[in-house]
Design a protein around this ligand. Structure first.
Ligand code: CAA
Length: 264
């Protein structure tokens, strides 16, 4: 399928099972308008439905930005009633976060501001270029985060830093984002895409059902109490123990060979 605002490549750059989704509005610093939102939802639904594709990477085109936020020009035309009646931004969380069970990684190659930072935080983890900059500058526009920034940033970096960033609108560089726990790793800018694709390929080479289960378990930590989370983890572990890939994975270890996964 072709898209107007995205470039989507399955088995990207020869990496089997890895889908690369590139936000492709470089002149607008990949600002997220309704068309991007709609196409991202379609692209991720296609990724989720394709049994050959096991991990996705999302990144931004151009030299400067992952995404500089929701599209301010589009939002400037909307009245409060439009935002409310369309339940603006709700689809992101339901379609990209809840419905995509396979892992996906954000490779943040520059500005990740407002909705761009929020999109990166919807991914399972973030790899950042050393030129990346994160921020929630919505206060400068007379608004506030609308795609999860106040909640996900606070969970990622704690109240004090999240509050400071939302109230001042200042940007955080990659080193600060790594030390604060917002990103998994910082990579030299020119190596980011290759590193992200390699990381995704490593994930795609794992037993696919176990990958989905690991993601589900970690995400449960944000939604529940410790006791319920631990019980949930044990149940999923016990279910995985009945899988063909568990028998194969343990046999492969003992026989000192690579596992051959069935995804069952
Ligand atoms: N929406 C629409 N267009 C945007 C945009 C955005 N969020 N960010 C940048 N652009 C456009 C600019 O208007 C400009 O277009 P023109 O050439 O047609 O004028 C082009 O991208 C290049 O931008 P700049 O000239 O501003 O580039 P710069 O290097 O001087 O500055 C920047 C870069 C600091 C990122 C600056 O563009 C900026 O501050 N952007 C806005 C960041 C922002 O406020 N994001 C939050 C949006 S609100 C939101 O996301 C709500 C939410 O929570 C869901």
């Amino acid at each position: 399928m072709s898209y107007a605002t995205l470039i989507v490549e399955a088995n990207a750059q020869g990496n089997k099972g890895v889908t690369l989704v590139t936000l492709n509005r470089p002149k607008a610093l990949n600002a997220l308008n309704s068309e991007v939102l709609r196409e991202l939802i379609e692209a991720f639904a296609a990724f989720e439905a394709d049994p050959e594709q096991l991990c996705a990477v999302i990144t931004g085109s151009g030299e400067k930005a992952f995404a500089a936020g929701a599209d301010i020009k589009e939002m400037s035309e909307k009245a409060a009633a439009d935002f409310y009646l369309e339940d603006f931004f709700a689809a992101w969380t339901s379609e990209l976060v809840k419905k995509v069970r396979k892992p996906w990684v954000a490779a943040v190659n520059g500005f990740a501001l407002g909705g761009g930072c929020e999109l990166a935080m919807m991914a399972d983890f973030i790899l950042a270029s050393d030129k990346a900059k994160f921020g929630q500058p919505e206060i400068n526009l007379g608004v506030a985060p609308g795609m999860g920034g106040s909640q996900r940033l606070t969970r990622a970096v704690g109240k004090s830093k999240a509050m400071e960033m939302c109230l001042t609108g200042r940007m955080m560089d990659a080193a600060e984002a790594e030390s604060a726990g917002l990103v998994a790793r910082v990579v030299p800018h020119d190596d980011l895409l290759e590193d992200a694709l390699k990381t995704a390929a490593a994930i795609a080479s794992k037993p696919p059902m176990a990958a989905i289960a690991n993601k589900e378990m970690v995400n449960a930590a944000f939604e529940t109490t410790l006791e319920l989370g631990l019980a949930h983890e044990r149940r999923i572990f016990q279910i995985l123990a009945a899988s063909e890939d568990k028998a194969e994975g343990m046999a492969a270890f003992i026989e000192k060979r690579e596992g051959r996964w069935k995804g069952r």
